[in-house]
Ligand binder design. Structure first.
Ligand code: SF4
Ligand code: FES
Length: 351
């Protein structure tokens, strides 16, 4: 039985000053003209709160690219929700922060090595991120530093932990790249080796045992025997609203063809959450076939990730092929055998 959503990921815009090679496909981003207006976002927030949402994540792209961000943050805050700003930090000065009614800031960092961080981001932004972190702490706000890990920064995990501590982070999220959309296109440049992962695992374990920060570590599941419990189950806890008003059961759900995605311009959030085909497609356990249907782990990992199942097997209802019990596990083994490359496809795309 589904419950009301706990969180709303509001992708206010896809515009972003960064060009990270693991982000969603830059060829398919929503254009500025198609973005929801201020009034439409306010209405989305009203509806989300009525539906039971307690946490609003104001995200992007870079949400600071929206000139109406102060009004939107104030509106969300006025509804009594906990407001989290998810930002690259570029443009987040003390003055701009003072205008934002937010409870928490989540700042992305690409690496502890400034030159490599700027190379991964495709823009010179490292120093501005340090300034942004300082502004957050000076404002007395809790700070989460979020780092997407991959082959090109995984060997620097110890330095990344030290950098987050130096920034005054309360929480550090170390998330191995998940391979959807653009990250899948760049997989050969991003997929770490098993030995890189094992070394990073040890560094993170040691850091967790001694650091005052809360450290959250999202594993790289290609190398594991079982998949991650993606989204804690489909349509279970969170909904995503894309810049154009598309309502998604997970941020990557547009990769699943034929899902029947609905839009807030045509239907209410309430109807979409409870009754839409897209949100009910993989809710609960009835949609599962074998081996998940009879597996004792189905309540632990929910059969893994629907987007990954679709992208690697062509059918979102298949067991996530990362699972060692999946008849499609060979697809993942084949990816792990492929030679690595250094170039990121994103660099070749004009934006
Ligand atoms: Fe999880 Fe399905 Fe694999 Fe069981 S068979 S471990 S439920 S993915
Ligand atoms: Fe979409 Fe896992 S990313 S279900």
């Amino acid at each position: 039985m589904a419950e009301p959503p706990f969180g709303l990921l509001a992708e206010l815009t896809h515009r972003c000053p960064l060009r990270c090679g693991y982000c969603s496909n830059p060829l398919e981003l929503v254009r500025r003209e198609a973005e929801l207006s201020t009034a439409e976002w306010r209405d989305v927030f009203d509806q989300a709160r009525e539906l039971g949402v307690l946490q609003f994540h104001l995200s992007g792209g870079e949400p600071l690219a929206r000139g109406d961000l102060p009004e939107l943050a104030a509106h969300a805050s006025g509804l009594g929700a906990y407001v989290n700003l998810v930002t690259s930090g570029l443009g987040l000065t003390a003055a701009r922060l003072a205008d934002l009614a937010v409870d928490h800031v989540q700042l992305s960092v690409q690496d502890a090595d400034p030159a490599n961080a700027d190379r991964i981001a495709g823009v010179k932004g490292f120093a501005r991120k340090l300034e942004a972190a300082r502004a957050v702490k000076d404002a007395g706000l809790p700070l989460t530093v979020n780092v997407v890990l991959h082959r090109q920064n995984l060997d620097h995990v110890a330095g990344i932990v030290a950098l987050a501590e130096q920034m005054g982070a309360d929480r550090l999220e170390l998330a191995n790249t998940q391979y959807y959309g653009w990250a899948l296109r760049n997989q050969a440049a991003l997929l770490p080796t098993e030995s890189q992962l094992r070394q990073a695992d040890a560094v993170v374990r040691e850091a967790k045992s001694r650091s005052r920060m809360e450290i959250v570590y999202v594993i790289a599941d290609y190398h594991e025997a079982h998949p991650k419990p993606c989204m804690h189950g489909w349509g279970a806890r969170q909904l995503t609203v894309a810049p154009n008003g598309d309502v998604l059961p997970c941020p990557a759900a547009t990769v699943i063809e034929g899902l029947g995605i609905e839009n807030v311009r045509a239907a209410s959030l309430r109807d979409i959450w409870w009754d839409s085909v897209s949100f009910n497609a993989f809710r609960g356990f009835d949609w599962m076939g074998e081996p998940c249907r009879g597996c004792p782990r189905r309540e632990v990992d929910f059969g893994g990730c629907r987007c990954q199942a679709f992208q690697l097997t062509g059918n979102a209802a298949n067991t996530d092929p990362v699972c060692s019990l999946s008849p499609h596990r060979g697809v993942v083994e084949e990816v792990l055998r492929r030679p690595a490359v250094d170039a990121l496809v994103a660099r070749e795309v004009a934006r």
